[in-house]
Design a protein around this ligand. Structure first.
Ligand SMILES: CC(C)(COP(=O)(O)OP(=O)(O)OC[C@H]1O[C@@H](n2cnc3c(N)ncnc32)[C@H](O)[C@@H]1OP(=O)(O)O)[C@@H](O)C(=O)NCCC(=O)NCCS
Length: 206
């Protein structure tokens, strides 16, 4: 399904490049999620901390003029990490038979496309490129529950790519919204149309 216009480049962002383009990446996050601008400042140190975790990878789309249009990152999940412990708590209470999902997984932590670039397959390209480089048995993510609203574009994407329910209506500490934890085995099924090649984006490049 992923066949982005050829003027867009799918790139891998190393740690130094992400640091250099962090404001731009956080701006995508804030505008895609519809969060107040102050959210970016609060997320800064968290994203930098995540970028040092084992198995961390980040990919993005570069558009005309070197503008970053989308960003995704994730890393190897495991005990001691906040997200792992929160989901383990939920699974123990609600679905103990599903705790094996928390072994050997890649946590898809962030996936965002600029609002003016959404709806053209860029998100799917990011998700595919990121998970293709993960050497884990499965991928997990959490996303706000859609009920009572209809499924969002994010939900449609996850379902289209075969993500199933791991935990529903989960309450993360410090967040009043209910979340779903979704997962699927890796690798993903092959796309209907090939995913474009990915190139490294070194610091200073555009
Ligand atoms: C979720 C998100 C990353 C998905 O990225 P996206 O690029 O908008 O979406 P997709 O890659 O799934 O593509 C979506 C649409 O493009 C269409 N599409 C795919 N390839 C295409 C192509 N080559 N040409 C035209 N359209 C195409 C699909 O049919 C799909 O349509 P649909 O959503 O109406 O079913 C993005 O919408 C976003 O940032 N949303 C807000 C933030 C968010 O919710 N992030 C996830 C938090 S958990």
């Amino acid at each position: 399904m992923t066949a982005a216009p050829p003027r867009y480049r799918l790139v891998e962002l190393g740690h130094a490049t992400l640091v250099e383009r962090l404001d731009e990446a956080l701006d995508i996050y804030v505008s895609a999620m519809g969060y107040p601008p102050g959210t970016a400042r609060a997320r800064r140190s968290l994203w930098l901390d995540h970028a040092r975790r084992p198995g961390w990878r980040s990919v993005g789309w570069i558009g005309d003029g070197g503008r970053l249009l989308g960003i995704a990152y994730g890393y190897r999940g495991g005990p001691g990490q906040w997200w792992f412990e929160e989901v383990r708590r939920g699974l123990r209470a609600e679905a103990p038979e599903r705790q094996s999902w928390l072994t050997d997984y890649f946590e898809l932590t962030e996936l965002h496309v600029r609002p003016d670039a959404q709806g053209g397959g860029l998100g799917e390209g990011l998700l595919r490129a990121l998970t293709a480089g993960a050497d884990n048995a499965r991928v997990l993510l959490s996303t706000p529950e859609h009920r009572p609203r209809p499924p969002s574009r994010a939900w449609r994407l996850y379902r289209r790519l075969g993500f199933v329910d791991v935990l529903r209506e989960h309450r993360f500490t410090g967040d009043t919204r209910p979340f779903a934890v979704l997962g699927r085995p890796l690798p993903l099924d092959a796309p209907a149309t090939p995913v474009p090649g990915i190139t490294a984006l070194p610091p200073g490049a555009s």
